[in-house]
Design a protein around this ligand. Structure first.
Ligand code: AMP
Length: 191
């Protein structure tokens, strides 16, 4: 299997690039943010629990997120591989993911990080807030909170994969096609 963690701060382009990568490599896209938003829209209990954290720019607790991700992955027993987008966001999630994949006889093939500077992220998120209507992309204070949460809670996940020699960083600035080309080069190198 080809199992990729697509990593990067909010606004780095993970969702956009995941959509292209799933077609290129026939992978299943697992975006925890998308799953939470679908649950919020559907008014589920999970959605109601997650909403209070998401609207504040905080992480949804690990217990909720890990269970949700695993049951979502289990919906695709014949998958050739997965792109994990927005997960893992804490070292605890990364460990849980390793254990989950080991129990399925597979593993993470590599983490690829989209590197984008903070100023560019703030600009992109404000534009996305206008276009998508996402509440967490419309308020500069919530945007800053998400960037800070990323630095404090999520960046250590990079070390987790670095210590396994599974980390590749790529430049996340450029056109969608340029960045997609860089991602494909990185993925082809770890396949
Ligand atoms: P995203 O669409 O990936 O930017 O995620 C939107 C929001 O969903 C985040 O700001 C978090 O509140 C929540 N979220 C998404 N993925 C996770 C995760 N792996 N762990 C905790 N919270 C998450």
């Amino acid at each position: 299997m080809l199992n990729i963690v697509l990593f990067g701060p909010p606004g780095a382009g993970k969702g956009t690039q995941s959509e292209k990568l799933i077609h290129q490599y026939q992978l299943v896209h697992l975006s925890t943010g998308d799953i939470f938003r679908a649950n919020i829209k559907g008014g589920t209990e999970l959605g109601n629990k997650a909403k209070q954290f998401i609207d504040q720019g905080q992480l949804v607790p690990d217990e909720i997120t890990i269970g949700m991700l695993e049951s979502e992955a289990d919906k695709y027993p014949d998958a050739k591989g997965y792109i994990f987008d927005g997960f893992p966001r804490t070292p605890k999630q990364a460990e849980a993911l390793d254990n989950f994949l080991t129990s399925k006889g597979t593993a993470i093939s590599g983490m690829i990080a989209l590197e984008v500077d903070e100023e560019e992220l703030r600009t992109r998120l404000m534009i996305r807030g206008k276009d998508s209507g996402r509440i967490d992309d419309q308020d500069p204070a919530i945007i800053q909170k998400r960037i800070d949460v990323y630095k404090n809670e999520t960046e250590p996940v990079r070390d987790f994969y670095m210590s396994q020699n599974k980390y590749t960083g790529i430049n996340g600035i450029g056109t969608i096609e340029e960045i997609f080309g860089r991602l494909c080069t990185a993925i082809d190198a770890i396949k």
